[in-house]
Design a protein. Structure first.
Length: 167
């Protein structure tokens, strides 16, 4: 399998211009590796798995809420205290604990999913691009292209400060 082409850019504007040029050429499989969340990252249509984080946080919040309800109702039923004629399971005082465990579940899930998704998305990036983005530069990674289109791709990547894999 041929090595992918990697073009390094010093700023997000130059990378965005190159992405527009590659889009006009109809090149598929282009990725932008960035040390920050620049708007150019979304130009590739593949910003990463981060849209999963909101769903995972929602699931974690529901799990925290279910845990709070189970703990409070379970402990009240296991140790029923008669307090002035109030019902054993009284929902009003449980509200604070339910809120806190909902937020705790959503927060812990968000933090853990951030770490796992960052690790998994890093595995799909070539090592050369990872080393290049260790600083403040951006890297455009695209599959190796042979034939007559390679000259047009090299022209589209002309503003790069360095290139690897390109002819």
């Amino acid at each position: 399998m041929p090595e992918p082409w990697i073009a390094l850019y010093d700023g997000p504007d130059e990378a965005a211009d190159a992405l527009r040029s590659l889009d006009e050429l109809g090149i598929e499989g282009v990725r932008l590796i960035s040390p920050a969340a620049y708007p150019a990252v979304h130009m590739t249509g593949r910003p990463g798995p981060w849209r999963l984080m909101s769903w995972l946080a929602l699931i974690g919040g529901f799990l925290g809420l279910a845990t709070a309800i189970a703990l409070e109702v379970g402990s009240s039923v296991a140790h029923p205290f008669d307090v002035g004629g109030k019902p054993v399971v009284a929902w009003i005082p449980y509200g604070v604990v339910m809120f806190e465990l909902t937020m705790l579940g959503a927060g812990v899930t968000s933090f853990c999913s951030l770490i796992v998704l960052a690790f998994l998305s890093r595995l799909r990036v070539p090592k050369a691009a990872r080393r290049a983005v260790a600083g403040d530069r951006l890297a455009i990674v695209l599959p190796a292209i042979a034939g007559e289109r390679s000259d047009a791709v090299c022209a589209a990547l002309a503003g790069a400060s360095a290139q690897e894999g390109a002819p």
